[in-house]
Design a protein around this ligand. Structure first.
Ligand SMILES: [Zn+2]
Length: 375
């Protein structure tokens, strides 16, 4: 009985064992902090825990409460995510207003704060006040990459639950046994996914767009070394269009949201207020989407230079992420210089940290490509 909602989560046995024990003992804390890398199942587990806390059967996965919670549309569930690069104090205030209201269905109110590290100081302090006065029926689940991302005053009020990179074998097993993918394809995807199961799934389900993007970017990287400056700029342009090219869906959704919201405006002035508020939020959403895309592209680029470095140091294929391109990696690794490779990896790290704050992706890619042509 119970906790079927956790069945879909791959490679996080320790975290799940802990949470199942908590549920069984009914010693529920007021706040949990899920820490670990992006894409390993923290969010999915948070939603599953929220379902298990309210489902009459402890998380059956089938009842209306479970299904609505997992889809993120259950009224006693609040999901806070950064709308731009930050979670703002307005978002925390709105949350505080809404949790003061009584539970709709007489259940626990579960508040998930995704990317809690993106709360600015104001937002953190506002949240702290709420955490300091815990209400019986509230459970907070904060999600972050590491404990250090949060103010110590916040993290010390949370029960920390660590999540780990999913072992490659677990991803392969899952894809082969449960999804019927053939062994060599599963092996390739598991390597590229770098221990993040959600990325592996995206590669399977996103009609291969991510694999295509990777192929396209790797083919650009193969020709950039030693190329003329104009070539480096054209590669930078291609990377930029990869990063911003895929905004159409979001723009469409935003347009619909704007139209629907304006329909309920009670006066022209109210309409202007709604328009203004939504525009700001939409701009934040767009810039956030762009940072995610840029990070994704940087992941692919750094995997390539990491592979060159690894091959230089070990002369072995088995450690490569992009093993399906091993011939080119061998060739390029022979020509590349170690200090240039380590420098490129360092610079990619710097750009990654900058992207959240200072976003001129075009200039960042140009800078990077000029370095890459010298590798
Ligand atoms: Zn249920």
């Amino acid at each position: 009985m119970g906790a079927m909602v956790f069945d879909d989560i791959v490679g996080q046995d320790q975290a799940l064992d802990f949470l199942k024990k908590v549920l069984k003992s009914e010693q529920i804390s007021h706040a949990y902090l899920f820490v670990g890398p992006e894409g390993v199942g923290r969010r999915k587990t948070a939603l599953a825990l929220a379902a298990a806390l309210n489902c009459a059967k402890g998380g059956c996965g089938h009842c209306s409460i479970c299904r609505r919670t997992i889809r993120g549309v259950y009224p006693d569930l609040k999901l806070i995510q950064p709308e731009g690069n930050f979670i703002t104090i307005e978002q925390i205030r709105e949350l505080q207003g809404s949790i003061k209201l009584r539970s709709y269905e007489g259940h626990r109110k579960v508040i998930i704060i995704d990317e809690a590290g993106s709360m600015n100081a104001e937002a953190s302090n506002a949240l702290l006040k709420t955490l300091e006065e815990p209400q019986d029926e509230e459970v907070f689940i904060l999600i972050a990459a590491s404990v250090e991302e949060l103010l110590p005053t916040i993290s010390s009020r949370c029960q920390v639950v660590p999540f780990r990179r999913v072992p490659r074998e677990a991803i392969i097993r899952e894809m082969v046994d449960r999804r019927g993918i053939d062994q060599s394809q599963a092996d390739k995807i598991a390597r590229i996914s770098g221990g993040t199961y959600s990325r592996a799934l995206e590669m399977l389900e996103g009609e291969g767009w991510r694999l295509e993007r990777r192929e396209e970017i790797l083919s650009l990287l193969k020709k950039i070394s030693g190329s003329p400056v104009e070539e480096a700029f054209s590669v930078a342009g291609a990377l930029l269009s990869q990063a911003v090219g895929d905004q159409d869906n979001l723009l469409e959704v935003q347009k619909e949201e704007m139209e629907e919201s304006l329909e309920v405006a009670m006066s022209p002035r109210h309409g202007a207020f709604i328009r203004n508020k939504l525009r700001k939020r939409h701009a934040r959403q767009l810039s956030r989407k762009r940072s995610l895309e840029i990070n994704d592209i940087l992941d692919i680029i750094s995997s390539w230079y990491r592979d060159l470095l690894v091959y230089q140091l070990t002369a072995q294929d088995s450690f490569l992420i992009n093993r399906d391109h091993r011939n080119e990696i061998r060739d390029m690794a022979r020509r590349a210089r170690i200090e240039r490779l380590t420098n490129v990896l360092k610079e990619i790290g710097k750009i990654r940290r900058m992207v959240g704050f200072y976003v001129n992706p075009g200039a960042a890619f140009e800078y990077l490509c000029l370095l890459l042509r010298e590798v």
